[in-house]
Design a binder for this molecule. Structure first.
Ligand SMILES: Cc1cc2nc3c(=O)[nH]c(=O)nc-3n(C[C@H](O)[C@H](O)[C@H](O)COP(=O)(O)O)c2cc1C
Length: 185
C-alpha cells in the first residue's frame, strides 16, 4: 500500500450487463471497507491506461462460447507486462460456476485455461456464477445455450431467467480483495 487508504482498480468486460452488476456490488462492499475503487469498462472502446497507483488490479470478465471476452484477455496480457502477478486478481463470470466446486481455478475449466494460457499465477482468482436469460438472447444464442444447458443438466425452458450469482460469495471476495490490497507488495 502506498499511503492512505488502499486502492483497487477494477477493469471489467461485460457483454449483457451482469458482470457489471457483479463488479458494482464488489465496489459497494469494498467502499464499505474503506477501500478506494476505480471501475474501468474494457468494452468502452479505447484501450485504457493501467492505473499505476492501484495496490491491486482486478480483471473481471464474462464468458461467451468458452472464452472470456477478448477485451479482457487483451488487457490482461498488457497488464502482465507492466504489473507483478502479486498485484493482479482475476474474476471469471460464467454459468458453469453455478455448480458446486466450480468457483476456483482448480474447479473451473474456463478460469484454469485462461490463467494457464496467460502463464499467470495471480494473487487471487475466482469464478462467480452469472445470469441465464433466455428471453434476452437472439435465436441462435438461445439454441446454443439451451444445448449447453441440456448437456450440463440446467434449465432449457425458453422463458427461464435465473440469476445464479451467489451474492454472499461476492461479498466474501470483496473481503479477500480488501485484505490483499492492504498488504500489497
Ligand atoms: C451467447 C452466450 C454464450 C455463453 N457461453 C457460455 C459458455 O461457454 N460457458 C458458460 O459457462 N457460460 C456461458 N454463457 C453465460 C454467460 O457467461 C453468463 O450469462 C454471464 O452472466 C454473462 O455476463 P455478462 O452479462 O456480463 O455478459 C454464455 C452466455 C451467452 C449469452
Amino acid at each position: 500500500m502506498t499511503s492512505g487508504r488502499p486502492r483497487i482498480a477494477i477493469y471489467f468486460a461485460s457483454h449483457d450487463g451482469h458482470t457489471r452488476k457483479i463488479v458494482d456490488c464488489l465496489a459497494g462492499h469494498l467502499g464499505g471497507r474503506d477501500v478506494g475503487v476505480t471501475l474501468i469498462d474494457l468494452m468502452a472502446g479505447m484501450s485504457p491506461a493501467i492505473d499505476p497507483e492501484a495496490d491491486l488490479i482486478l480483471v473481471a470478465a464474462a464468458i461467451r462460447y468458452g472464452y472470456h471476452l477478448s477485451a479482457a484477455r487483451r488487457f490482461l496480457a498488457r497488464l502482465q507486462a507492466e504489473v507483478p502477478a502479486g498485484r493482479i486478481a482475476v474474476l471469471s463470470v460464467n454459468l458453469t460456476a453455478r455448480k458446486p466446486g466450480r468457483q476456483t481455478a482448480e474447479g473451473n475449466i474456463y478460469l484454469r485455461k485462461w490463467l494457464m494460457r496467460a502463464g499467470l499465477r495471480p494473487a487471487l482468482s475466482a469464478a462467480v456464477a452469472g445470469k441465464l436469460d433466455y428471453p434476452a438472447y437472439r435465436w441462435f444464442d438461445r439454441m446454443m445455450i439451451q444445448a449447453i444447458m441440456h448437456i450440463s443438466g440446467g434449465p432449457t425452458d425458453a422463458s427461464t431467467i435465473i440469476e445464479y450469482t451467489d451474492w454472499a460469495q461476492v461479498e466474501a471476495l470483496a473481503g479477500q480483495l480488501a485484505a490483499l490490497a492492504m498488504t500489497s507488495p
